[in-house]
Design a protein around this ligand. Structure first.
Ligand code: SAM
Ligand code: SF4
Length: 352
Protein backbone atom coordinates (compact mmCIF):
# COMPACT_ATOMS: atom_id res chain seq x y z
CA UNK A 1 0.00 0.00 0.00
CA UNK A 2 1.47 3.36 -1.05
CA UNK A 3 1.74 5.88 1.77
CA UNK A 4 -0.62 8.85 1.41
CA UNK A 5 1.13 12.18 0.93
CA UNK A 6 0.10 15.74 1.61
CA UNK A 7 -1.49 17.24 -1.51
CA UNK A 8 0.40 20.28 -2.83
CA UNK A 9 -1.31 21.19 -6.11
CA UNK A 10 -5.10 20.96 -6.59
CA UNK A 11 -4.37 18.50 -9.38
CA UNK A 12 -2.16 16.15 -7.38
CA UNK A 13 -4.07 13.31 -5.77
CA UNK A 14 -3.32 11.40 -2.58
CA UNK A 15 -1.03 9.05 -4.44
CA UNK A 16 1.15 11.75 -6.08
CA UNK A 17 -0.51 11.48 -9.49
CA UNK A 18 -1.15 14.72 -11.39
CA UNK A 19 -4.68 14.62 -12.78
CA UNK A 20 -4.47 16.87 -15.82
CA UNK A 21 -6.66 15.08 -18.31
CA UNK A 22 -10.44 15.48 -18.47
CA UNK A 23 -12.64 13.18 -20.53
CA UNK A 24 -16.19 14.20 -21.32
CA UNK A 25 -18.81 11.67 -22.35
CA UNK A 26 -21.02 13.96 -24.43
CA UNK A 27 -23.83 11.46 -24.84
CA UNK A 28 -24.57 7.83 -24.08
CA UNK A 29 -26.20 7.48 -27.48
CA UNK A 30 -24.47 5.78 -30.34
CA UNK A 31 -24.99 4.80 -33.97
CA UNK A 32 -23.34 1.42 -33.34
CA UNK A 33 -24.16 -1.40 -30.92
CA UNK A 34 -20.77 -2.91 -30.16
CA UNK A 35 -21.25 -6.22 -28.41
CA UNK A 36 -18.77 -5.32 -25.64
CA UNK A 37 -20.24 -1.91 -24.94
CA UNK A 38 -23.86 -1.42 -25.83
CA UNK A 39 -25.50 -4.57 -27.13
CA UNK A 40 -28.93 -4.38 -28.70
CA UNK A 41 -31.81 -3.87 -26.29
CA UNK A 42 -34.11 -6.17 -28.21
CA UNK A 43 -33.75 -9.92 -28.56
CA UNK A 44 -31.17 -10.39 -31.32
CA UNK A 45 -29.51 -13.74 -31.69
CA UNK A 46 -26.90 -14.10 -28.98
CA UNK A 47 -27.07 -10.52 -27.79
CA UNK A 48 -28.14 -9.89 -24.20
CA UNK A 49 -31.56 -8.28 -23.85
CA UNK A 50 -30.33 -6.00 -21.08
CA UNK A 51 -29.03 -2.61 -22.03
CA UNK A 52 -31.07 0.10 -20.43
CA UNK A 53 -32.65 3.07 -22.12
CA UNK A 54 -30.68 6.03 -23.41
CA UNK A 55 -30.65 9.14 -21.28
CA UNK A 56 -33.18 11.88 -22.03
CA UNK A 57 -31.82 15.14 -23.40
CA UNK A 58 -32.40 16.92 -20.08
CA UNK A 59 -30.38 14.24 -18.27
CA UNK A 60 -27.33 15.24 -20.29
CA UNK A 61 -25.37 18.31 -19.31
CA UNK A 62 -26.10 21.15 -21.71
CA UNK A 63 -23.23 22.59 -23.72
CA UNK A 64 -23.35 25.69 -21.51
CA UNK A 65 -22.96 23.51 -18.42
CA UNK A 66 -20.13 21.55 -20.03
CA UNK A 67 -18.33 24.73 -21.05
CA UNK A 68 -18.56 26.00 -17.50
CA UNK A 69 -17.10 22.79 -16.07
CA UNK A 70 -14.29 22.75 -18.64
CA UNK A 71 -13.50 26.42 -18.01
CA UNK A 72 -13.19 25.75 -14.28
CA UNK A 73 -11.17 22.57 -14.77
CA UNK A 74 -8.80 24.46 -17.08
CA UNK A 75 -8.49 27.23 -14.49
CA UNK A 76 -7.20 24.56 -12.10
CA UNK A 77 -4.57 23.54 -14.64
CA UNK A 78 -6.22 20.65 -16.47
CA UNK A 79 -4.95 21.08 -20.01
CA UNK A 80 -5.93 17.99 -21.91
CA UNK A 81 -9.50 17.37 -22.99
CA UNK A 82 -11.05 14.45 -24.80
CA UNK A 83 -14.59 14.22 -26.10
CA UNK A 84 -16.03 10.75 -26.14
CA UNK A 85 -19.30 8.97 -25.44
CA UNK A 86 -21.34 7.07 -26.62
CA UNK A 87 -20.56 8.47 -30.01
CA UNK A 88 -19.66 12.16 -29.63
CA UNK A 89 -20.42 12.95 -33.26
CA UNK A 90 -24.08 11.96 -32.91
CA UNK A 91 -24.78 14.73 -30.41
CA UNK A 92 -26.40 17.65 -32.21
CA UNK A 93 -24.33 20.82 -32.18
CA UNK A 94 -21.05 19.10 -31.30
CA UNK A 95 -19.05 21.12 -33.86
CA UNK A 96 -20.30 24.43 -32.47
CA UNK A 97 -19.46 23.14 -29.00
CA UNK A 98 -15.90 22.36 -30.13
CA UNK A 99 -15.72 25.86 -31.62
CA UNK A 100 -16.62 27.30 -28.21
CA UNK A 101 -14.13 25.04 -26.41
CA UNK A 102 -11.33 26.44 -28.54
CA UNK A 103 -12.26 29.93 -27.39
CA UNK A 104 -11.61 29.04 -23.74
CA UNK A 105 -8.35 30.62 -22.62
CA UNK A 106 -5.81 28.07 -21.45
CA UNK A 107 -7.24 25.07 -23.24
CA UNK A 108 -4.65 24.05 -25.81
CA UNK A 109 -6.23 21.08 -27.41
CA UNK A 110 -9.41 19.13 -27.88
CA UNK A 111 -9.13 15.50 -28.88
CA UNK A 112 -11.88 13.16 -29.91
CA UNK A 113 -12.60 9.44 -29.70
CA UNK A 114 -15.03 8.31 -32.37
CA UNK A 115 -16.27 5.17 -34.06
CA UNK A 116 -15.66 6.95 -37.37
CA UNK A 117 -19.12 6.38 -38.85
CA UNK A 118 -19.78 10.11 -39.33
CA UNK A 119 -16.17 11.12 -39.79
CA UNK A 120 -16.12 11.47 -43.58
CA UNK A 121 -18.89 14.04 -43.16
CA UNK A 122 -17.35 15.90 -40.17
CA UNK A 123 -13.59 15.61 -40.69
CA UNK A 124 -13.16 18.83 -42.63
CA UNK A 125 -15.02 20.99 -40.09
CA UNK A 126 -13.28 19.27 -37.16
CA UNK A 127 -9.95 20.13 -38.72
CA UNK A 128 -10.99 23.72 -39.34
CA UNK A 129 -12.07 24.08 -35.71
CA UNK A 130 -8.57 23.06 -34.63
CA UNK A 131 -8.87 19.36 -33.78
CA UNK A 132 -5.70 17.51 -34.82
CA UNK A 133 -5.82 14.21 -32.92
CA UNK A 134 -8.45 11.56 -33.37
CA UNK A 135 -8.78 8.11 -31.86
CA UNK A 136 -10.88 5.90 -34.09
CA UNK A 137 -12.25 2.58 -32.89
CA UNK A 138 -12.27 -0.26 -35.38
CA UNK A 139 -12.15 -3.92 -34.40
CA UNK A 140 -12.19 -5.64 -37.76
CA UNK A 141 -11.08 -5.07 -41.34
CA UNK A 142 -13.89 -7.25 -42.69
CA UNK A 143 -17.22 -5.70 -43.60
CA UNK A 144 -19.26 -8.79 -42.64
CA UNK A 145 -17.58 -9.16 -39.29
CA UNK A 146 -18.09 -5.46 -38.63
CA UNK A 147 -21.83 -6.16 -38.63
CA UNK A 148 -21.36 -9.03 -36.17
CA UNK A 149 -19.36 -6.86 -33.78
CA UNK A 150 -21.27 -3.59 -34.08
CA UNK A 151 -24.74 -4.68 -35.15
CA UNK A 152 -24.62 -2.15 -38.03
CA UNK A 153 -23.54 -2.21 -41.67
CA UNK A 154 -21.24 0.82 -41.53
CA UNK A 155 -17.79 -0.62 -42.21
CA UNK A 156 -17.27 1.27 -45.47
CA UNK A 157 -18.35 4.53 -43.85
CA UNK A 158 -15.71 4.08 -41.17
CA UNK A 159 -13.03 3.33 -43.75
CA UNK A 160 -14.09 6.42 -45.72
CA UNK A 161 -13.84 8.41 -42.48
CA UNK A 162 -10.31 7.15 -41.87
CA UNK A 163 -9.33 8.00 -45.46
CA UNK A 164 -10.79 11.51 -45.12
CA UNK A 165 -8.98 12.10 -41.82
CA UNK A 166 -5.68 10.86 -43.24
CA UNK A 167 -6.06 13.08 -46.30
CA UNK A 168 -6.59 16.12 -44.06
CA UNK A 169 -3.49 15.34 -42.01
CA UNK A 170 -5.05 14.34 -38.67
CA UNK A 171 -2.87 12.33 -36.31
CA UNK A 172 -4.75 9.08 -35.98
CA UNK A 173 -4.75 6.29 -33.47
CA UNK A 174 -6.80 3.25 -34.29
CA UNK A 175 -8.17 1.47 -31.21
CA UNK A 176 -8.77 -2.26 -31.56
CA UNK A 177 -10.42 -4.24 -28.76
CA UNK A 178 -8.89 -7.70 -29.04
CA UNK A 179 -11.37 -10.54 -28.57
CA UNK A 180 -10.47 -14.20 -28.83
CA UNK A 181 -12.56 -16.06 -31.37
CA UNK A 182 -13.82 -12.80 -32.85
CA UNK A 183 -10.95 -10.73 -34.20
CA UNK A 184 -7.77 -12.39 -32.96
CA UNK A 185 -7.28 -13.78 -36.47
CA UNK A 186 -6.82 -10.17 -37.64
CA UNK A 187 -4.10 -9.03 -35.24
CA UNK A 188 -1.35 -9.21 -37.86
CA UNK A 189 -3.63 -7.59 -40.46
CA UNK A 190 -3.96 -4.61 -38.10
CA UNK A 191 -0.19 -4.64 -37.65
CA UNK A 192 0.19 -4.39 -41.42
CA UNK A 193 -2.20 -1.45 -41.46
CA UNK A 194 0.19 0.40 -39.15
CA UNK A 195 2.97 -0.32 -41.66
CA UNK A 196 0.92 0.79 -44.63
CA UNK A 197 -0.72 3.99 -43.32
CA UNK A 198 0.51 6.90 -41.19
CA UNK A 199 -1.56 5.88 -38.18
CA UNK A 200 -0.82 4.16 -34.90
CA UNK A 201 -2.65 0.93 -34.09
CA UNK A 202 -3.35 0.27 -30.41
CA UNK A 203 -4.70 -3.01 -29.12
CA UNK A 204 -6.90 -2.77 -26.03
CA UNK A 205 -7.57 -5.63 -23.66
CA UNK A 206 -11.24 -6.52 -23.48
CA UNK A 207 -12.50 -5.20 -20.13
CA UNK A 208 -15.43 -6.53 -18.10
CA UNK A 209 -17.17 -3.18 -17.81
CA UNK A 210 -20.85 -2.72 -17.14
CA UNK A 211 -23.62 -5.26 -16.79
CA UNK A 212 -24.50 -5.10 -20.47
CA UNK A 213 -21.10 -6.02 -21.84
CA UNK A 214 -20.79 -9.44 -23.44
CA UNK A 215 -17.42 -9.91 -21.76
CA UNK A 216 -16.49 -13.51 -21.15
CA UNK A 217 -13.22 -14.84 -19.86
CA UNK A 218 -12.70 -17.00 -22.95
CA UNK A 219 -12.84 -13.86 -25.10
CA UNK A 220 -10.04 -12.15 -23.19
CA UNK A 221 -6.55 -11.97 -24.76
CA UNK A 222 -3.71 -10.52 -22.72
CA UNK A 223 -1.62 -7.78 -24.33
CA UNK A 224 1.47 -9.96 -24.12
CA UNK A 225 -0.07 -12.55 -26.43
CA UNK A 226 -1.07 -9.86 -28.91
CA UNK A 227 2.44 -8.45 -28.80
CA UNK A 228 3.91 -11.89 -29.56
CA UNK A 229 1.68 -12.18 -32.61
CA UNK A 230 2.63 -8.71 -33.85
CA UNK A 231 6.30 -9.56 -33.34
CA UNK A 232 5.92 -12.16 -36.10
CA UNK A 233 5.73 -9.25 -38.56
CA UNK A 234 9.04 -7.70 -37.56
CA UNK A 235 11.15 -6.28 -34.79
CA UNK A 236 9.48 -4.31 -31.98
CA UNK A 237 11.44 -1.63 -30.18
CA UNK A 238 10.12 0.81 -27.54
CA UNK A 239 8.78 3.98 -29.11
CA UNK A 240 9.56 7.34 -27.55
CA UNK A 241 6.44 9.17 -26.45
CA UNK A 242 5.31 11.81 -24.05
CA UNK A 243 4.03 10.78 -20.62
CA UNK A 244 0.84 12.73 -21.30
CA UNK A 245 -0.01 10.42 -24.17
CA UNK A 246 -1.64 7.87 -21.94
CA UNK A 247 -1.36 4.33 -20.78
CA UNK A 248 -0.46 2.53 -24.03
CA UNK A 249 2.93 0.88 -24.24
CA UNK A 250 4.06 1.91 -27.71
CA UNK A 251 6.53 0.18 -30.02
CA UNK A 252 8.04 0.82 -33.39
CA UNK A 253 7.47 -2.14 -35.67
CA UNK A 254 10.17 -2.59 -38.31
CA UNK A 255 10.02 -5.34 -40.91
CA UNK A 256 12.97 -7.11 -42.52
CA UNK A 257 12.35 -5.19 -45.76
CA UNK A 258 12.51 -1.81 -43.97
CA UNK A 259 8.81 -0.96 -43.52
CA UNK A 260 8.04 0.92 -40.31
CA UNK A 261 4.95 1.56 -38.23
CA UNK A 262 3.87 2.23 -34.66
CA UNK A 263 1.77 -0.16 -32.57
CA UNK A 264 0.68 -0.02 -28.95
CA UNK A 265 -0.81 -2.19 -26.26
CA UNK A 266 -3.24 -1.02 -23.59
CA UNK A 267 -3.44 -3.60 -20.82
CA UNK A 268 -5.71 -2.43 -18.01
CA UNK A 269 -6.31 -6.03 -16.93
CA UNK A 270 -3.04 -7.92 -17.29
CA UNK A 271 -0.71 -5.04 -16.50
CA UNK A 272 -2.62 -2.25 -14.86
CA UNK A 273 -1.26 1.28 -15.08
CA UNK A 274 -3.20 2.85 -12.20
CA UNK A 275 -0.04 4.39 -10.73
CA UNK A 276 0.34 6.52 -13.88
CA UNK A 277 -3.34 7.37 -14.38
CA UNK A 278 -3.87 11.11 -14.96
CA UNK A 279 -7.61 11.05 -15.81
CA UNK A 280 -10.83 12.43 -14.48
CA UNK A 281 -14.07 11.63 -16.27
CA UNK A 282 -17.35 13.46 -16.53
CA UNK A 283 -20.05 10.95 -17.41
CA UNK A 284 -22.87 11.72 -19.79
CA UNK A 285 -25.13 12.00 -16.71
CA UNK A 286 -22.93 14.78 -15.36
CA UNK A 287 -21.17 12.76 -12.69
CA UNK A 288 -17.49 13.09 -11.91
CA UNK A 289 -15.81 9.71 -12.01
CA UNK A 290 -12.18 9.39 -11.08
CA UNK A 291 -11.61 5.78 -12.15
CA UNK A 292 -12.99 4.04 -15.22
CA UNK A 293 -13.29 0.74 -13.39
CA UNK A 294 -14.55 1.92 -9.99
CA UNK A 295 -18.15 3.07 -9.61
CA UNK A 296 -17.52 5.90 -7.12
CA UNK A 297 -18.93 9.10 -8.64
CA UNK A 298 -20.03 12.53 -7.47
CA UNK A 299 -23.06 14.32 -8.82
CA UNK A 300 -21.81 17.50 -10.46
CA UNK A 301 -25.05 17.99 -12.36
CA UNK A 302 -26.97 18.42 -9.10
CA UNK A 303 -24.52 21.10 -8.06
CA UNK A 304 -24.64 22.84 -11.44
CA UNK A 305 -28.43 22.85 -11.51
CA UNK A 306 -28.82 23.65 -7.83
CA UNK A 307 -27.18 27.04 -8.22
CA UNK A 308 -23.67 25.94 -7.24
CA UNK A 309 -21.09 28.71 -7.41
CA UNK A 310 -17.86 28.48 -9.39
CA UNK A 311 -16.05 28.03 -6.09
CA UNK A 312 -18.26 25.06 -5.19
CA UNK A 313 -17.77 23.45 -8.57
CA UNK A 314 -14.02 23.87 -8.31
CA UNK A 315 -14.21 22.33 -4.83
CA UNK A 316 -16.14 19.34 -6.24
CA UNK A 317 -13.51 18.81 -8.95
CA UNK A 318 -10.72 19.00 -6.37
CA UNK A 319 -12.56 16.56 -4.12
CA UNK A 320 -13.02 14.08 -6.96
CA UNK A 321 -9.27 14.27 -7.58
CA UNK A 322 -8.53 13.77 -3.89
CA UNK A 323 -10.91 10.80 -3.75
CA UNK A 324 -9.44 9.12 -6.82
CA UNK A 325 -8.90 5.49 -5.84
CA UNK A 326 -5.39 4.18 -5.86
CA UNK A 327 -6.32 1.46 -8.31
CA UNK A 328 -9.26 -0.40 -9.78
CA UNK A 329 -11.00 -3.45 -8.32
CA UNK A 330 -8.73 -5.88 -10.09
CA UNK A 331 -5.73 -4.40 -8.38
CA UNK A 332 -7.46 -4.32 -5.03
CA UNK A 333 -9.22 -7.70 -5.12
CA UNK A 334 -6.78 -9.76 -7.13
CA UNK A 335 -7.09 -11.56 -10.43
CA UNK A 336 -10.35 -13.35 -9.56
CA UNK A 337 -12.09 -9.96 -9.82
CA UNK A 338 -11.74 -10.19 -13.58
CA UNK A 339 -14.21 -13.07 -13.68
CA UNK A 340 -17.16 -10.69 -13.56
CA UNK A 341 -17.87 -7.00 -14.26
CA UNK A 342 -15.36 -4.75 -12.53
CA UNK A 343 -17.97 -2.03 -12.33
CA UNK A 344 -21.65 -1.63 -13.18
CA UNK A 345 -21.38 1.74 -14.95
CA UNK A 346 -21.98 1.50 -18.69
CA UNK A 347 -19.00 2.23 -20.92
CA UNK A 348 -21.06 4.51 -23.15
CA UNK A 349 -22.02 6.71 -20.19
CA UNK A 350 -18.54 6.67 -18.68
CA UNK A 351 -16.85 7.38 -21.99
CA UNK A 352 -14.30 4.56 -22.23
N1 SAM B 1 -18.02 5.69 -29.65
C1 SAM B 1 -16.65 6.05 -29.57
C2 SAM B 1 -15.75 4.93 -30.01
O1 SAM B 1 -16.20 3.79 -30.07
O2 SAM B 1 -14.60 5.21 -30.28
C3 SAM B 1 -16.23 6.55 -28.21
C4 SAM B 1 -16.75 5.86 -26.99
S1 SAM B 1 -16.17 4.19 -26.74
C5 SAM B 1 -16.99 3.76 -25.24
C6 SAM B 1 -14.50 4.48 -26.28
C7 SAM B 1 -13.58 3.28 -26.40
O3 SAM B 1 -13.93 2.32 -25.42
C8 SAM B 1 -13.61 2.58 -27.75
O4 SAM B 1 -12.30 2.51 -28.29
C9 SAM B 1 -14.11 1.21 -27.41
O5 SAM B 1 -13.57 0.22 -28.25
C10 SAM B 1 -13.67 1.05 -25.97
N2 SAM B 1 -14.42 0.05 -25.23
C11 SAM B 1 -15.75 0.02 -25.01
N3 SAM B 1 -16.09 -1.06 -24.27
C12 SAM B 1 -14.93 -1.72 -24.00
C13 SAM B 1 -14.60 -2.91 -23.27
N4 SAM B 1 -15.55 -3.63 -22.66
N5 SAM B 1 -13.31 -3.28 -23.21
C14 SAM B 1 -12.34 -2.55 -23.82
N6 SAM B 1 -12.59 -1.42 -24.51
C15 SAM B 1 -13.87 -1.02 -24.61
FE1 SF4 C 1 -20.77 3.02 -29.63
FE2 SF4 C 1 -18.18 3.34 -29.07
FE3 SF4 C 1 -19.75 1.82 -27.50
FE4 SF4 C 1 -19.17 0.96 -29.93
S1 SF4 C 1 -17.70 1.32 -28.27
S2 SF4 C 1 -21.22 0.97 -28.98
S3 SF4 C 1 -19.06 2.79 -31.07
S4 SF4 C 1 -19.91 3.98 -27.78
Amino acid sequence: MTEKIQTISPLVDQFSRTISYLRLSLTDRCNLRCLYCMPEETENGNRPVKGGKSLCHQDLLSYEELLRVVRLAVSLGMNKLRLTGGEPLVRRGVLDFIHELYRLPGLDEVRLTTNGVLLAEYADRLYREGVRHLNISLDTLQAEKFITITGRDHYHQVRAGIDAALALGFQLKLNVVAMRGINDDEITAFGRLALEFPLQVRFIEFMPVGETSSWREQRFIAAEEIRERIARLGQLSPYQRRHSEGPARMFELRTADGQKGVVGFISPISHHFCDQCNRLRLTSEGRLRACLLSDAESDLKALLRGGGSDREIVAAIKQAILDKPQGHALQQRGAEAAHGPLCVGQMSRIGG
